[in-house]
Design a binder for this molecule. Structure first.
Ligand code: AMP
Length: 458
């Protein structure tokens, strides 16, 4: 879970990368990095925390050049620290190379073992560093072929932006797990995880980078390179639509808000209830709760107020922090809730800790009945393709039945959207990765099968 952006063409590319990161802040709040390339020379700045905190005017002045990469980092425990932040920048025989990665490789540890045996030295623990080594060690004649050879060895999820000298490369894994879109500027090109970043820099949306596609931008020209092949079953991540992407973005050809509304509508059809009002857990389930209200006719209310100065509860890496943060983050509007039969719509249940905290807040505010509705199926399996999910043991949907969860949450009724209902609500039933709900993993889990430690970082 990271946000990436790449810019090529405009005089001060880093400014646009900075704005792009601002729009992608929701994809990672642990660290941000920008690298700008001028005459083949890369300048890098990486800072802990939010984009707006790390890059003042003076910092931006340093980041000169017509090519830039940016990254917002989400880290899990163990992977923190600036050493693991991106862009990664190295000098190798073909020039300066910078790389940003969103996704998770499923063979990173296997490749790393092999590279270490051959003498490679690693500075960080993130799997993205493996890619840099593979490019640098390639015996191919030119950077285009070195990149191609390196990427061909990767399994799992990667949306990648790479610069070698002043050339920008963009690529997506053959399954197409994570998003990457291409935008046009009057004087260049932008690539970004989500279209909301294109909107902010006033770039015109051109298209998604296709699964397995490799593109190169050089001297203002967009050049398709030989691809990595397209998987027989492409696997765009449905969790981007459920929770991760911004509702104003278009992901997998869907406006995220529309998809979430459909999830909410379908949820209302599958789990109807008699109630006085419906509300969301802001902001991630706003659209789904609106859909539920539209379909059921139950009035939509703003009953939970979110403190916007607290980050996403889940995004804090320690469990203690997460429990505590529910109360700091949400406060109920007593007048809306008191004496009412309420429907709370959330986008997903992962550990279940947020919802337990929320239900007790709602009960304390005097709700007569609390009906909990979840606009996705139970999360039962970890993600190895780039969404940070806890281990199976920590997933409430993997440990308990729906009835047991209902009791644990202390709600009058609980209803999850079905997998079929969710898939039917988006884009005519085309394939998606639903591994976190279904346990169906399409790209081989190479490291896991070899018993190697699997790192979910980005
Ligand atoms: P919990 O059930 O307490 O683990 O928290 C679930 C809530 O966190 C959901 O309602 C989402 O809004 C949000 N969430 C779900 N998945 C993730 C994730 N992978 N990373 C961050 N937040 C998430």
């Amino acid at each position: 879970m990271c946000g990436i952006v790449g810019v090529s063409g405009p005089e001060h590319a880093a400014e646009l990368a900075f704005l792009g990161l601002y729009a992608l802040q929701h994809r990672g709040q642990e660290a941000a990095g920008i690298c700008a390339v001028e005459d083949g020379q890369a300048r890098l700045r990486r800072e802990d925390g939010l984009v707006m905190e790390g890059f003042d005017d003076a910092a931006m002045q340093e980041l000169r050049g017509r090519v830039a990469l940016g990254h917002t980092r989400y880290s899990t425990a163990g992977g923190e620290g600036l050493v693991n932040a991106q862009p990664i920048v190295v000098r190798y025989h073909s020039g300066e190379l910078a790389l940003v990665h969103n996704g998770n490789l499923t063979n990173a540890q296997s490749l790393r073992e092999e590279l270490v045996r051959e003498g490679a030295l690693f500075r960080a623990t993130v799997d993205s560093e493996v890619i840099v080594h593979l490019i640098a060690r390639s015996r191919r004649a030119n950077p285009d072929e070195q990149v191609h050879e390196a990427l061909s060895r990767l399994t799992g999820a990667f949306s990648l932006l790479i610069t070698i000298g002043d050339t920008l490369y963009a690529a997506r894994d053959p399954w197409g797990y994570r998003p990457l879109v291409l935008g046009r500027l009057p004087d260049g090109w932008v690539l970004a995880s989500e279209t909301c970043a294109l909107d902010l820099v006033r770039a015109e949306f051109v298209r998604e980078v296709e699964p397995g596609e490799v593109l190169k931008i050089q001297d203002g020209e967009l050049i398709p390179l030989p691809g990595l092949g397209r998987a027989a079953r492409v696997q765009p991540c449905i969790f981007e639509l459920v929770y991760f992407a911004r509702p104003d973005s278009k992901v997998w050809g869907e406006t995220v808000d529309r998809a979430r509304r459909e999830f909410g509508r379908q949820l209302a059809r599958e789990h109807p209830v008699e109630a006085d009002c419906v509300f969301s857990v802001p902001d991630s389930s706003n659209s789904a709760a609106l859909g539920f209200s539209e379909e059921s006719g139950i009035p939509f209310e703003l009953a939970l107020i979110r403190n916007h100065y607290v980050g996403r509860t889940f995004i804090h890496p320690t469990q203690a922090g997460r429990d505590f943060r529910v109360r700091i983050k949400y406060n109920p509007v007593r007048e809306v809730i008191e004496g009412k039969r309420v429907v709370v719509v959330d986008d997903s249940l992962v550990r279940g800790t947020t919802s337990q905290g929320l239900v007790s807040l709602i009960r304390e505010a005097g709700a007569k009945e609390v009906h909990f509705r979840v606009a996705s199926p139970p999360v039962r399996s970890p993600c190895f393709y780039g969404i940070d999910m806890p281990t199976r043991e920590e997933l409430i949907g993997a440990r308990l039945s729906v009835e047991e969860i209902r009791r644990k949450l202390d709600v009058d009724s609980l209803g999850y959207l079905s997998l079929e209902g969710m898939l039917g609500a988006v884009n005519g039933g085309r394939p998606f990765c639903t591994a976190c709900f279904s346990g169906d993993y399409e790209a081989p889990l190479v490291d896991l099968e070899r018993g190697l430690p699997v790192q979910a970082h980005c």
